[in-house]
Design a protein. Structure first.
Length: 390
């Protein structure tokens, strides 16, 4: 089969690789009909994620048709059209019983990414996301093996919904929605979203769904800010044009700040020269620029939600400000299985239109070009969907 494989920083290739096969009794084989390039994939593309090996198959946002099922699979059957969440969860462990599917402690045989790990077991394995997270082949391919198929895949009813309408149930839509939930957004809320990429846009859509009254969005790509203004009614702030975006938000909110901030940027935020230098020599794990702005822009007693990926340590975290302002902070990988069914209902009712952010649809064979366009923000790229030709 054809699949997109990793060979180093900014070197991804569509190659012929062995077909996947059933390994465990609760596996399924999926014929991929649509897959997407996620902002998290760009961290891999830029060489920022350790424990990647040459030939690894990328991709964790995908859906398709069930071709074959293992003997223990009861939840889906051959011919079903399903969306697969990016986390692989057993459904039986301590965390899965608490609906914390991304914390599943049985599916990842590798180390995980916690620095001060002690004897803690790693969280869930992820599709196509390094040998920190299981080394499981991803879905930017014609076919993919899906483990734990009684827990993850969501069957899409024959209701006329197109792949592009439901594909993002695999990751960015639940991620944006959980970010809004973690920010305690409700009717009349004010929120600042840092980052107008796919997750930031899904967070804005979710905030509107939950009743947010004012949404500020901070980015430095005018085309993304303009899309967010038109699609979700955000108040855009370009941090290349505003001296201090957080201070501007505070001024517009009567000197208090917003009820909540969502950091949809993460560790590759455009940081200070000092942070950049420290990161280069491995004395800094991440840029704290975005999370500092989120802390500053949020009112006392408010909430910070961090769906953006972080790794390692941040020296300029300003935890004293968190304490002084009485802020709550939630982050982490998304428990996608927990939100997929209700979000599918919202899509079916027309409450959510996640497909609106798609700017590029390309054949899988052009995946390397898609990565380059997305990484360089060419052609006003917001989101790339890849379609295998089989």
């Amino acid at each position: 089969m054809k699949a997109l494989t990793y060979h180093g920083s900014k070197d991804v290739r569509v190659e012929t690789v062995p077909d996947p096969r059933i390994v465990e009794p609760d596996d399924i084989l999926l014929r991929v009909t649509a897959t997407a390039i996620c902002g998290s994939d760009l961290h891999i593309y830029r060489g920022k994620i350790p424990m990647m090996e040459s030939g690894d198959i990328l991709g964790h946002e995908f859906m398709g048709i069930v071709e074959e099922t293992g003997p223990a699979v009861t939840r889906v059957r051959s011919g079903d059209r399903v969306v697969v969440p990016f986390t692989i969860s057993c459904g039986q462990c301590f965390f899965c019983h608490r609906k914390l599917f991304a914390a599943c402690e049985t599916t990842n045989p590798d180390r995980g990414a916690i620095i001060n790990k002690k004897s803690t077991r790693p969280g869930a394995a992820l599709f196509g996301y390094s040998h920190l997270y299981g080394g499981i082949p991803g879905g930017q391919a014609e076919y993919v093996r899906v483990p734990k198929a009684n827990v993850g895949p969501l069957v899409i009813p024959d209701s006329g919904l197109e792949d592009k309408q439901v594909l993002f149930l695999s990751d960015i839509l639940p991620t944006g929605y959980m970010a809004a939930i973690n920010a305690a957004i409700g009717k009349g809320s004010s929120v600042a979203i840092f980052g107008a990429g796919p997750v930031g846009l899904m967070a804005a859509a979710s905030a509107r769904l939950l009743g947010a009254e004012r949404i500020f969005m901070v980015d430095h790509h005018p085309y993304r800010l303009e899309f967010a203004r038109h699609a979700y009614g955000v108040e855009p702030l370009n941090f290349d044009e505003v001296d201090d975006a957080a201070n501007e938000i505070i001024d517009r909110m009567d000197g208090r700040g917003v009820d909540a901030s969502i950091d949809a940027v993460g560790f590759e935020a455009k940081g200070s020269a000092v942070e950049t230098a420290l990161t280069a020599v491995k004395l800094e794990g991440s840029s704290g620029a975005s999370i500092r702005q989120a802390i500053a822009a949020t009112r006392r007693g408010g909430a910070i939600s961090a769906p953006g990926v972080y790794a390692g340590w941040i020296h300029g975290f300003l935890f004293g400000d968190v304490f002084e302002k009485g802020l709550s902070i939630k982050g982490g990988q998304t428990h996608a299985q927990n939100y997929m069914p209700q979000l599918l209902e919202h899509i079916a009712k027309g409450d959510l239109h996640p497909e609106a952010i798609i700017s590029h649809t390309m054949p899988l064979e052009q995946a390397a070009q898609g990565y380059e366009i997305f990484e360089k923000k060419q052609q006003d790229c917001r989101k790339v969907v890849l379609t295998p030709t089989h």
